[in-house]
Design a binder for this molecule. Structure first.
Ligand code: ADP
Length: 456
């Protein structure tokens, strides 16, 4: 009867399998160099033996970090689609049940299915729902979650080194995950997916326009320029709304005007969705003002995309001038991205409750990592270290160090640690922090933003 039970289980249709995944990297736009990192993951499936032979550790799990709608799910599917493997998915909120044991048994079932149908990608959406640091939630709900989390840890460890089942999880809050989850062999690789920039938005609009009858002269730049802050999901929506516009007028082509109108509708929808209280508006205003005020101090920042490309080139051509340029501009860039967080602390003190800065802080973190990987920090790491699991923690802690320095530069200048990076600062007082110095300007910009909601 044991055999019969096993056979019965094997013939059961897998519950968590998503069939017919046909997503490719070309369906995900605006990725820039993130794409290379993901191609590497595909290679773990297609060239797994080669990696093992050369002693390169295959990661147990990959964490895709970023705000909702930037394409994390789409990317996980694209990895499965490109590698031609099965895709199993679950939202971590489904793990968290009131009844003790239910979540844990779902995790077990998920991984059993994935293993029986290997090679496969297991995708866990909203990992933070179950992966929050243990002991933070009191009562039976907390117990259940701990049990689920423990089971997940067991399953992650069970596959270490096999490379047949790779787990990809998404989260908007990598900072609150239980440390046990991000230990080597578990989610030991983090990939930050920021909101798309101007070029990214153009590319995303074009991807979604591929299957639509677009007028030949559509001005994607115009639409991308007016959708600052929007993510892939919203841009995809814009193309859909524009198509409806066209149909309604019984036309055969989607025009720039259709897209612009659709963008306005989408933007109004976004605002309605996020009915903000006056206090919320103020926080948003502080967030935006901090970036603007810090950025005007760094005129070179306009070249930042260019500079990041140059940092990569640096591996090929070690050029002193380029390094100096990169180093400074990248640090400036990081300082701007971390400024909202610093401003939040300046305005609200230790009782911060806003997390509005989380997104830009993510950008700052990934830029700090680029800085370290580009060999620009005092400790010299390079891209090759990135693929070695036990170096990643060193790289992350060095990146954190850089981040802290930039944070202080925005908030308060702490001379001991800043002077090696910014020789020009020595001798200045702590009131020289950029936000401090520009407090009047900050206040003025915040007031206008709260009242008018935008400022050119
Ligand atoms: P997330 O998992 O980050 O919340 P999703 O992957 O679910 O976001 O994105 C929702 C939809 O938005 C996708 O199915 C896709 O249509 C669109 N989308 C998001 N990001 C992108 C992108 N970078 N390129 C193309 N489409 C995107």
């Amino acid at each position: 009867s044991g055999a019969r039970v096993r056979r019965a289980r094997n013939t059961k249709l897998p519950q968590y399998l998503e069939r017919g995944i046909d997503v490719k990297f070309s369906d995900v736009a605006g990725l820039g160099k993130i794409r290379e990192e993901l191609e590497e993951i595909v290679k773990f499936f297609t060239h797994g033996e080669m990696y093992r032979r050369r002693g390169v550790k295959i990661p147990g799990g990959i964490l895709l970090c970023g705000p909702p709608g930037v394409g994390k799910t789409l990317l996980a599917k694209a990895v499965a689609g490109e590698a031609g493997v099965n895709f199993f998915s679950i939202s971590a909120s489904q793990f968290v049940e009131i009844y003790v044991g239910v979540g844990a048994s779902r995790v077990r079932a998920l991984y059993q299915e994935a293993r029986e149908n290997a090679p496969s990608v297991v995708f866990i959406d909203e990992l933070d729902a179950v992966g929050r640091e243990r002991g933070l939630i009191k009562g039976s709900g907390g117990q259940e979650r701990d049990a689920t989390l423990n089971q997940l840890l067991v399953c992650l460890d069970g596959f270490e080194g096999k490379g047949e089942v790779i787990t990809i999880a998404s989260t908007n809050r990598p900072d609150i995950l239980d440390p046990a989850l991000v230990r080597p062999g578990r989610f030991d690789r983090k990939i930050y997916i920021p909101k798309p920039g101007l070029i990214g938005r153009i590319e995303i609009l074009k991807v979604h326009a591929r299957k639509k009858p677009m007028a030949p002269d559509v001005d994607y730049m115009a639409v991308a320029s007016m959708t600052d802050g929007m993510v892939g999901a919203e841009l995809a929506n814009i193309v859909e709304i524009a198509a409806i516009n066209m149909m309604r007028d019984a036309r055969t082509e989607i025009t720039t005007d259709d897209l612009i109108q659709a963008a306005q509708i989408e933007e109004r929808g976004m605002l309605d969705r996020k009915e903000r209280s006056p206090e919320m508006w103020k926080q948003v205003a502080i967030n935006e003002a901090a970036m603007a005020v810090v950025a005007v101090n760094f005129p070179d920042l306009r070249n930042i995309e260019f500079v990041i490309i140059f940092t990569l080139l640096y591996f090929v051509t070690v050029c002193f001038v380029v390094v100096v340029l990169c180093r400074q501009s990248l640090l400036d860039h990081i300082t701007v991205q971390i400024a909202p967080r610093a401003a939040d602390e300046l305005w609200y003190g230790e009782h911060q409750f806003s997390t509005i800065w989380a997104e830009t802080a993510d950008n700052a973190r990934s830029a700090a990592r680029t800085f370290v990987l580009g060999g620009l920090s005092d400790k010299h790491y390079g891209l090759s270290d990135f693929w070695v699991a036990d170096r990643i923690n060193d790289i992350d802690s060095e990146a954190l160090h850089v981040l802290h320095m930039c944070y202080d530069r925005a908030k308060e200048v702490s001379l001991e640690i800043m002077s090696p990076l910014y020789p020009g600062l020595s001798g200045k007082k702590s009131e020289d922090s950029i936000l401090h110095q520009n407090r009047n300007l900050m206040d003025a910009v915040v007031d206008i933003l709260v009242e008018k909601k935008s400022l050119t």
